[in-house]
Design a protein around this ligand. Structure first.
Ligand SMILES: Nc1ncnc2c1ncn2[C@@H]1O[C@H](COP(=O)(O)OP(=O)(O)OP(=O)(O)O)[C@@H](O)[C@H]1O
Ligand SMILES: [Mg+2]
Length: 210
């Protein structure tokens, strides 16, 4: 039984920590699972990701961002997501198309209809069964990672990150059956527990209880 789960949210909210925790939990239960991330997750995607995050020139236009994130995505959908879902595996993805809607649509202000169309072309309509939104005040998330060097997005002003956060909350409100919104300022263990409560219901019961 295939299952496609994505993690979303602003900077430092715990997407990578929680997607890894869920991956480990499923591995322990011997449930076939793949963990990957965006942008990147394929050799070409990783190259695109580096260009997007660490470009020396700051003037990458919002439309170029939209297309580059989706170029990385298209490669991941064809090379990793579709084949693993077809094998009946669980696919966990640390960021997906909703990140582009939140950052390039709500954050940068690109036309949401255009963002939707380009996302749809890149994803070929492959939608997550569940999207976990780790929601917290932007300044708290950014504060969690001040120690390391900031990429182009992390360097953005607070108002940008707040627009991204509001964008995510709007997406979740528009499609409540797909989204699980969690207060990400709780402990890692508590957040993981809330995620597991939901995910375990989506798995065949004999897999979860063994
Ligand atoms: N619930 C939590 N409570 C406290 N610290 C946390 C929590 N979740 C994650 N962290 C810490 O916050 C930092 C950022 O977490 P993580 O890298 O998982 O976030 P992220 O959403 O993947 O960030 P990014 O936007 O950079 O990808 C890490 O140092 C992590 O250990
Ligand atoms: Mg991360």
């Amino acid at each position: 039984m295939s299952l496609f789960i994505t993690f979303e949210g602003g900077e430092g909210c715990g997407k990578s920590a929680q997607s890894r925790a869920l991956y480990k939990k499923l591995m322990q239960l011997s449930i076939p699972v793949v963990l990957t991330h965006e942008p990147g997750g394929t050799p070409l995607g990783d190259e695109i990701s580096r260009r997007l995050k660490w470009a020396k020139s700051p003037d990458i236009s919002p439309m170029t961002e939209l297309l580059l994130f989706n170029a990385s995505r298209a490669q991941l959908v064809d090379g990793v997501i579709k084949p693993n879902l077809a094998k009946g595996e669980v696919v966990i993805l640390d960021r997906y198309a909703d990140s582009t809607t939140a950052y390039q649509g709500y954050g940068r202000g690109l036309d949401l209809e255009i963002v939707k169309k380009v996302n749809k072309a890149a994803t070929q309509g492959v939608k997550p069964d569940l999207t976990v939104l780790l929601d917290m005040p932007s300044e708290e998330g950014l504060g969690r990672k001040k120690a390391r060097k900031r990429d182009r997005f992390e360097k953005e002003i607070l108002a940008f990150h707040q627009k991204v956060r509001q964008g995510y909350l709007k997406l979740a409100a528009d499609e409540p059956q797909r989204w699980l919104v969690i207060d990400a300022s709780q402990s890692k263990a508590k957040v993981a527990e809330v995620i597991w409560q939901r995910v375990s219901k989506l798995l065949p019961q004999q897999e979860v209880e063994k």
